[in-house]
Write a protein that binds this ligand. Structure first.
Ligand SMILES: [Zn+2]
Length: 271
């Protein structure tokens, strides 16, 4: 094994230790010197969020929708059983064009306007209980995902990987364009307000933080589920993400949580 390969292997192992695959959030900052131009998406975003880095995403508000807020045109892929709250976007169910949704800003990030209320309510309830939460990612455009993905591929190529291998590795950390649930505007990554004073990355340990526990226990009351559970990685294809919450509505959230299912299993049961 030559030095370059050895270094690449070491760096990859290092990332496995430090980073957790927000299939979509590219939380890899453990590489240190490796340029991670996309890390603001998941790391310490609040201070830099308004900078040019966030511009591509922020500036792409979805065009105003028709008068009818229940317009079925906004309910996307084939896997959708007719309920916009249950839309499924993942590697098996990618989208190839932007969804026609109306966006609204909550905590500095855009989300589908239909979940803005519940999301605000959840943050307010946490605050009332003494937990300060902060959103670090919301709606993401296909273009934004493409940039994150390409950046990640370049990082691996810089480590000595071939383009083909770099693509495989990149996909473990950043959802390829079209496959991220963040495209739906129904998902948000949420951590404690002081998270980045303690962690440099999104890590599973958030589950043991008081805020992580509060979220896991209370999110369903507001219609959100912990979308990528620890024991469902084989099914979701995404590593455990105690910070990624997805709106499905209160009834579905209660049913999914009580049954201990992930969204894929829940939808399969309804099919
Ligand atoms: Zn996420």
């Amino acid at each position: 094994m030559n030095w370059k390969k050895l270094l690449a292997a070491l760096a990859a192992a290092w990332m496995l230790l430090l980073a957790v695959g927000c299939g979509d959030d590219a939380p890899v900052s453990g590489e240190g010197s490796v340029a991670v131009p996309d890390s603001s998406e998941s790391a310490a975003e609040p201070s830099s969020g308004a900078s040019s880095e966030a511009a591509p995403e922020e500036s792409q508000s979805a065009p105003p929708q028709g008068e009818d807020p229940a317009d079925p045109a906004s309910a996307p892929p084939a896997s959708d059983p007719g309920d916009w709250r249950l839309v499924l976007v993942n590697k098996e169910h990618p989208i190839d064009k932007e969804l026609d949704i109306t966006l609204e800003e909550v905590g500095g990030y855009k989300v589908d306007t239909r979940i803005a209320g519940p999301l605000r309510d959840m943050l307010a309830a946490a605050k009332k209980d003494g937990f300060s939460l902060t959103i670090i990612s919301g709606y993401r455009t296909l273009e934004r995902s493409r940039i994150l993905y390409e950046n990640k591929i370049k990082e691996y190529e810089n480590l000595g990987y071939s383009n083909a291998d770099a693509r495989v590795q990149a996909a473990r950390w950043v959802a390829p364009p079209g496959t991220s649930e963040h495209h739906t505007g129904l998902a948000a990554d949420i951590v404690s307000a002081g998270y980045y004073n303690k962690y440099t990355d999104l890590v599973e340990a958030f589950e043991d933080e008081p805020e992580g526990r509060w979220l896991a226990a209370n999110a369903p009351r507001f219609g959100f589920i912990l979308r990528f559970p620890k024991d469902k990685e084989d099914i979701t294809g995404i590593n455990y993400e105690p910070w990624h919450f997805r709106y499905v509505g209160e009834e579905h959230a209660a049913a999914i949580t009580e049954a201990g299912l992930c969204l894929e299993e829940y939808l399969a049961g309804k099919a």
